[in-house]
Design a protein around this ligand. Structure first.
Ligand code: ZN
Length: 301
């Protein structure tokens, strides 16, 4: 994203370091992320959007070659660098490979430590550090390519997953439950009132205990009713109280609690199947500790 941007490569280094130093990493089955194909991306995106990202990337490569600018600006927060196209394909590819592995029974669940994130990427638009919607693509892939009939998407990033909502609103096969700080970024994005969405906007400075109570009352009955055969998580950790990109008051234990609740639903209805993809989380220390807490629950550590 360029110098000084919060969505930086150090985010994944911080996670990696934390998993190493705590020994959690030793317990994990690590896999490299293959690249998604354009037709996979089109499960959630318009063909024009995929083509325009590729075109922008090709033009940028020529510009860089000619000594021109190193980044192509998409919006004030989002720009494309020399390696963005490839990284974005691998990020989506990670979610797809995880979906394959989990459905094949090679593992019960998976966490995808990916950049760039995805949940602001709309069907036809990149925005908010996101180019392709990793979780929405994987959810559609589970339905279209693996023949599942019902899945759920859980989004606990501090920001509204407007991109995922844009893609899945009105698709009764996908139940999306989320909470997010409101009013907040992305300010002008529409909020759909489609029946398959459980939106839980919360004011700034809401703390973890209040969020847990709301999750219990608004997400849980809908998840139980939907009986998802697989659960996808947009795992953003920027609702952490140490994260300056949001003003919510969650801590690691809250992320562990949410993961535990999702896992209980998955055990009852989905044969435990969960694919979780990293979204936000910009305070490196809080991000690393929160991912550790999330992964510990997923991996029963
Ligand atoms: Zn976020």
């Amino acid at each position: 994203m360029g110098e000084g941007h919060p969505e930086c490569p150090e985010r994944l280094d911080a996670i990696e370091d934390r998993l190493l130093v705590t020994g959690v990493g030793d317990a994990l089955d690590r896999r490299d992320a293959p690249s998604a194909s354009p037709s996979d991306l089109e499960l959630a995106h318009g063909r024009m959007h995929v083509a325009s990202m590729r075109g922008l990337s090709d033009t940028l490569a020529e510009d860089i070659e000619a000594g021109g600018p190193t980044h192509a600006q998409i919006d004030p927060d989002t720009c494309l660098g020399a390696h963005t196209w490839s990284a974005a394909l691998h990020a989506a590819g990670a979610a797809l490979a995880a979906t394959d592995a989990v459905i094949a029974g090679e593992m019960e669940n998976a966490f995808c430590a990916v950049r760039p994130p995805g949940h602001h990427a709309c069907r036809d638009r990149a925005m908010g550090f996101c180019f392709f919607n990793n979780v929405a693509i994987a959810a559609r892939y589970a339905l279209e390519r693996h023949g599942l009939e019902r899945v759920a998407i859980v989004d606990f990033d501090v920001h509204h997953g407007n991109g995922t909502e844009d893609i899945v609103a009105g698709d009764p096969r996908i139940l999306m439950v989320s909470f997010y700080q409101h009013p907040f970024y992305p300010y002008d994005a529409p909020h759909s009132d489609a029946a398959n969405l459980v939106n839980m906007p919360v004011p700034a400075y809401t703390r973890g205990m209040e969020v847990r109570e709301m999750i219990e009352h608004s997400w849980m009955p809908r998840l139980e009713e939907h009986k998802p055969q697989m659960i996808f998580i947009s795992a953003g950790f920027d609702a952490h109280r140490e994260d300056d990109l949001g003003q919510l008051g969650l801590v690691e234990q809250d992320f562990a609690w949410i993961t535990e609740r999702i896992k209980q639903v998955a055990k009852r209805h989905s044969a435990g199947r969960i694919v979780s993809c990293l979204e936000g989380g910009y305070n490196l220390s809080a991000l690393a500790r929160s991912v550790e807490a999330h992964v510990r629950v997923l991996a029963d550590l």
